[in-house]
Design a protein around this ligand. Structure first.
Ligand SMILES: NC(=O)c1ccc[n+]([C@@H]2O[C@H](COP(=O)([O-])OP(=O)(O)OC[C@H]3O[C@@H](n4cnc5c(N)ncnc54)[C@H](OP(=O)(O)O)[C@@H]3O)[C@@H](O)[C@H]2O)c1
Length: 180
């Protein structure tokens, strides 16, 4: 991400989304977040310049073209996203892609200057240390929705699988007197 690039984060209130909004701002982008009504203020507080409430308006109907559209939850409309990209823009999908979007993505990649990239990336120590430093410097904050003790891991999974958590859900592991 370079300065003044336009980035849209689709699913801006989830775990990946809350971090994506903050990181895109950190790297100087102009950020639009897409979330539902109850999360609009949160996404704004994370630094988004513009927030679209997906229950009230569709980002594909108006507004600017984007250099990057990052779908964190796999629910963005494929065709509309590709259309809303700048001629050399990126459509990133942080979820496992089924065969149809993979084929559509390959077609876009072969026939235009736009790029569709999907799946999860491998983490590496260097990136994690960089993120740790941002957190320690107060430049990246973790949004915590709920905490569960390890014994309630099943309930925690059930809650997460509903697909509407805000930021992160924490499992607390006790080791002797220590909390992990
Ligand atoms: N979290 C991780 O560490 C991690 C790691 C690797 C891979 N992944 C993968 O990355 C994907 C995202 O994970 P996540 O943990 O960030 O997801 P998540 O936190 O479960 O996403 C939940 C968020 O998605 C929003 N959302 C649901 N439907 C939406 C829609 N139609 N439009 C816009 N926003 C919508 C919800 O907001 P509303 O309630 O307002 O709808 C909620 O805040 C998953 O496929 C996951 O498997 C996650």
């Amino acid at each position: 991400i370079q300065n003044s690039r336009r980035v849209l984060v689709y699913g801006a209130s989830g775990s990946v989304g809350t971090n994506a909004v903050q990181l895109a701002k950190h790297f100087g982008a102009e950020v639009t977040g897409v979330c539902s009504t109850s999360n609009v203020e949160l996404v704004r507080s994370l630094g988004a310049d513009r927030v679209i409430d997906y229950t009230k308006e569709k980002f594909e109907n108006d507004g600017p073209s984007y250099d990057i559209i990052f779908d964190t939850v796999g629910k963005s409309p494929f065709k509309a996203c590709v259309e809303r990209l700048t001629p050399t823009g990126f459509y990133l999908r942080a979820v496992h892609m089924s065969p149809l979007p993979v084929v559509r993505g390959l077609w876009v990649n072969l026939t235009s200057g736009k790029k569709v990239i999907g799946g999860t990336s491998k983490e590496n120590a260097e990136d994690l240390i960089y993120l740790k430093e941002l957190i320690e410097a107060g430049k990246l904050r973790s949004v915590i929705d709920r905490n569960y003790p390890l014994e309630q891991a099943s309930e925690a999974h059930h809650y997460v699988e509903q697909g509407h958590k805000i930021g992160n859900v924490v499992l607390i592991v006790r080791q002797g007197n220590r909390l992990e």
